[in-house]
Design a protein around this ligand. Structure first.
Ligand SMILES: Nc1ncnc2c1ncn2[C@@H]1O[C@H](COP(=O)(O)OP(=O)(O)OP(=O)(O)O)[C@@H](O)[C@H]1O
Ligand SMILES: [Mg+2]
Length: 221
């Protein structure tokens, strides 16, 4: 459960402005879809919210705390945008990677339940370097959910994931959202899940348009 406020954020790399005067407000339990063409600044925006991209004071507030003073990034679950040349330098299993990312005291049975829901229970002892792209993506999804996040940031989480597992994933996400977790999801495929969103942010040439939806308004499309 987390509130996210972006107040007139402008951000760029070096001299190039990527995001121009972006503003929006999310309440606890909101579900935001972020859409826009390749290179429009979607991942850049979420990296600002994650504190990876440094922003000026009072531009991003998490639960009304300036991000530059925010100390509890453990509350944020994150699935990064997939990269294809991912490789660990040393052998490590799915289970080991999950245990290493576990900060809160999720029990063994909760962990197994999560692995089962996301459909990777049977590969928990596989070496991470031997996984397919979609399996690896689902390891990242489980990892993002393990620490009881209050805010989930998902950057194209279902790229490379097959149809059945996409459905399972959105079912889990919907349950989490119903329990009050705020979600920001970047997607090029809004139809996968459009009846779940409360808001849409579309970024065009760095300028963002934010609008609220009636949840389910598109259900019968
Ligand atoms: N670390 C960086 N340093 C310099 N420029 C960057 C960096 N990261 C992104 N950019 C540039 O910022 C712009 C926005 O990139 P970003 O990754 O945010 O786009 P995106 O909307 O997520 O695109 P996609 O749909 O392809 O994932 C692009 O022109 C990109 O080249
Ligand atoms: Mg991106």
């Amino acid at each position: 459960m987390m509130r996210v406020t972006i107040d007139n954020l402008t951000f760029g790399y070096d001299y190039r402005t990527v995001l121009k005067n972006v503003s929006f407000k999310l309440n606890s339990g909101d579900f935001l879809a972020v859409v826009g063409n390749n290179g429009s600044g979607k991942s850049t925006l979420v990296k600002c919210i994650l504190g990876v991209n440094k922003v000026p004071n009072n531009k991003i507030l998490l639960d009304d705390i300036d991000i530059n003073l925010y100390k509890s990034f453990i509350n944020i679950g994150y699935v990064p945008q997939k990269f294809d040349d991912f490789n660990y330098e040393f052998p490590i299993t799915v289970n080991e990677i999950l245990m290493a990312s576990r900060y809160s005291k999720i029990s063994e049975s909760e962990k197994l339940e999560l692995l089962d829901k996301i459909g990777i229970l049977e590969i928990q002892n596989e070496n991470i370097n031997n996984l397919s792209g979609g399996q690896l993506q689902r390891v990242f999804i489980v990892r993002s959910l393990m620490n009881n996040p209050k805010l989930l940031i998902l950057d194209e989480p279902t790229v490379g994931v097959d149809h059945d597992n996409v459905k399972n994933f959105y079912k889990t996400i919907q349950e989490l959202n119903a329990s009050g977790i705020t979600i920001i999801l970047i997607t090029h495929n809004i139809s996968e899940s459009k009846d779940m969103f409360t808001h849409v942010l579309s970024i065009i040439d760095g300028e963002a348009n934010f609008r609220a939806l009636d949840r389910g308004e598109n259900k019968n499309d």
